[in-house]
Structure formats: C-alpha cells, structure tokens
Write a protein that binds this ligand. Sequence first.
Ligand SMILES: [Zn+2]
Length: 212
Amino acid sequence: MPIVSIACLSVKRDEYEKLVDSLGPRDVPCIWCGHPFTYRHGVYIRRPMDVTRPFLIRRRFCPACRHTFALLPTFLSPYQRATIPLQDEACYRLAQGQSYETVLRHLDVRGIHLFDMATLRRWFRRLVLQVHKILPALTALAQREAPELSLSRLRAGVRDAWVMAYYERLTVWAGPSADSGNWNLLRLILYVFAPSLSGNRVSYGLLPTPPP
Ligand SMILES: [Zn+2]
C-alpha cells in the first residue's frame, strides 16, 4: 500500500482518527500526481506490537489518476510491527553501547516481547545505514534552527557515533521530544525505519513533490 506520513506525533489512536477524519478533500493532495484533492477510501488495520488497540489506517482515492494511498500516522513506519518511538528508544540505547541482551530485557519488563535478538539487530542495522544517508541534511537543518549552537563532533566510546549524532541533531532541530517521525514528515531522502525501497519511491510518499 502506498503511503504518506501525516503529522500525528502522539501514539494515541483517538488522536490519529480524529485528525484524519477532520481532513477535507483539499487537505490531502494526491501523492502520485499532485492533484489538489482526494477523497476518503476505506481503511485497513495495523496492530503495532507496543500498542494495545489496533489502528484503522485511512486510505485516500485520487479522482484524477485513480490511484489510492494511505495516511500513516507519524509514529508508524511502512511495514513495521513496532512504533517509531519504540524503535527509536531501543536504537538509542544500542547506539549508546548497551548490550542487545540489556535492551531486550528492558523491553521485556515493559511488556514488549521480541522473543529473540534478530528483530533488534535488524532495526539497528537498518537505522545505521539510513543515518549515514540523512545525517548531512539533518545537520544542516539543526544548524539552521540553532546557529549559535556548536553541534558536537562524533562521540567516542559509544557503539555508533553516527546514530548518537543523529538523535542529538534531531532534538536540536525538532525539540526534546522529537523522534524519527519528525524526520519522516519532511518526505525527504528516505523514511527512517522503513525497509529500503529501490524502485517505487512514491510508495513512501516521497515522489512526486507535493504542491506547496
Ligand atoms: Zn492522483
């Protein structure tokens, strides 16, 4: 399902549903052809592992090109079973240098059971690759936001200095409670925590450029 991210930074089902249901045709241009209005077009179910109730993800239909797409809340990435805040938290701990066992135990205590470390390793490996692609652009955004601040160099003594720099710049740019959903809202370069996609970038709402 092609998607486009929509600003909804809180992991609250009601907030997402209220927001998307309030959108009129002209609030959501088509992500495929840029047509200025789209209509509601049903729902599908997403069940993130760290949220108790499922989300009904709203779809839109474009009367011009007749394509559909989904409005995904900022706290979900395409095709992921965990929310972005959860993946951010786990990856931040790993980047700091905590062991995979420690992070797994931490999640377990919170009632989130990943069962093995393969999922954690996949999250972290993917984030490391993605951060290498987006860090220069994010650094420029953070510097524009706070020109007086000297952004720290890559830190020594951590598992991954690039990922640590990513989270530092994310909060400088978008505030202390920022997560990777803030970056995804930009629709720039790639969606953090989404699986990589070589051919059809419009599936993640990155092309074509939406009209201003
Ligand atoms: Zn269209």
